[in-house]
Design a protein around this ligand. Structure first.
Ligand SMILES: *Cc1c(COP(=O)(O)O)cnc(C)c1O
Length: 415
């Protein structure tokens, strides 16, 4: 495809883009239970305005953009406060949960190499830990040791301890894990790491904001953050339950020495000293400014309100699933993730139910094993669950004997 010779007018350019979106899931209307998070039109407007102001600014060098240095420091500082880190804790903003996790893996590998001369590193992690850890092991040359989870889907610390050896550089827990939405036993996992003085990452990409505010709303939350001895790093995605524009996550370390293993500096080229905190070189100020803006616009009050709304929606959906004997709830959600399958997989093809929902305009994730539907509830879903459940019932009724389009609804695609 060649670029058009004569450019379009501004109006025609934007109209063409809007036309391209015609078939996209309507997440602003609460139709997506994955991929997008909606905290209200006012929140999106603040994020978009802030993004526009900084979209061309570059955090690769904050000497030139001191504003972005301040924005990063304040955003990271707030997240560390959420995670109950102390004044030694330090971190960076990244482009997303995957980058945060890649950096945690790379930092652990580097620490093992520099402190212990480990050349054949491995990571011990539950089967439920996010795919980004797999990607990190693949990118950076570590062995991934996946340990089966318990019957309640939580990590099994004894089995993890048995898999650790002298080449283990990182142990992982999640708060909560993505597939079934349960919180791993973080203290038991972290104590395996602290006994050996190796890294322990708690993946709070999904739960970092929600658990913070659920606790303040009076929910009983098991230990999950830097108050747990032995936790060396944590990831929190702001472009999920921080309700900001895409491209914003934080990787936080217990102290600056641990953080130092993730950064990279070289002068082995003709362009001078080149240092970068993460994977990216050029780093847009847009997502950083949007995150700062949304956090300051919402404040604690806003996050309490949005967290309560998302949790209400999740509880309503849980009640509906439990009231339907053909469905089987995988676990009581620790936060706002709800996963269920067919009570009898021979009688009901749960993926066909997902296809029926998509035909009715609702987008949910198909996942497995075991074959399940995964729903990420956000504030926008408060008040919409009854409509969803009506279409869920219709899709269940329709699903008997239906053929599945198994690729629709996979969590991520490669096109
Ligand atoms: C979303 C998620 C990630 C990956 O984050 P991206 O922003 O999609 O790169 C990692 N871990 C958990 C638990 C997640 O929910």
């Amino acid at each position: 495809m060649a670029l058009r010779t004569t450019g379009l007018s501004p109006a025609d350019t934007l109209r063409a883009l809007d036309d391209l979106k015609a078939d996209d899931v309507r997440w602003r209307g609460g139709r997506a239970f994955t991929l997008a998070y909606h905290g209200g039109d006012d929140v999106i407007a603040i994020a978009d305005d802030a993004y526009r102001r900084f979209s061309g600014d570059n955090a690769l060098n904050t000497d030139a953009f001191p504003s972005l240095r301040t924005i990063q420091a304040e955003v990271v500082g707030i997240v560390i406060d959420w995670l109950e880190g102390d004044s030694d804790a330090a971190g960076f903003m990244t482009s997303g949960g995957t980058e945060s996790i890649l950096l945690a893996v790379k930092g652990a590998r580097e620490r093992g190499r520099q402190e212990r001369g480990i050349t054949d590193p491995n990571v011990v992690l539950p089967a439920s830990a996010h795919a980004a850890f797999e990607k990190g092991c693949y990118y950076f040359g570590l062995e991934s040791r996946r340990i089966p989870v318990d019957t309640d889907w939580r990590a099994n610390p004894d089995a993890m301890a048995a898999a650790v050896d002298d080449n283990t550089v990182l142990i992982v827990g999640s708060a909560p894990q993505y597939p079934q939405g349960v919180i791993d036993p973080i203290p038991a996992i972290a104590s395996i790491a602290s006994e050996r003085d190796i890294n322990c990452h708690v993946d709070a990409c999904m739960g970092g904001v929600t658990l913070t505010y659920l606790a303040r709303l009076g929910h009983d939350i098991p230990p999950w953050n830097f108050t747990v001895e032995g936790v060396t790093s944590m990831s929190v995605d702001l472009h999920k339950y921080g309700y900001t524009a895409k491209g914003a996550s934080v990787i936080a370390y217990r102290n600056k020495q641990l953080r130092a293993y993730q950064t990279y500096v070289t002068d082995n080229w003709l362009g001078g000293v080149y240092g970068s905190s993460g994977i990216l070189g050029t780093k847009s100020g847009g997502p950083m400014a949007a995150a700062w803006a949304v956090m300051n616009y919402l404040g604690d009050d806003g996050y309490l309100r949005l967290t309560a709304a998302a949790r209400r929606a999740a509880e309503r959906l849980v009640d509906a699933v439990r009231a339907r004997p053909v469905l089987s709830l995988r676990a009581l959600p620790a936060t706002t993730l709800v996963t269920f399958g067919a009570a009898d997989p021979a009688a009901l093809d749960i993926f066909a139910v997902a296809d029926g929902l998509w035909r009715r305009g609702w987008y949910v994730d198909k996942q497995g094993p075991p074959p399940s539907l995964h729903l990420t509830l956000s504030a926008v879903h408060d008040g919409k669950i009854d409509n969803f459940v009506a279409d869920l019932d219709a899709s269940i009724a329709e699903a008997s004997g239906a053929a599945t389009q198994a690729n629709i609804g996979s969590y991520a695609t490669i096109e």
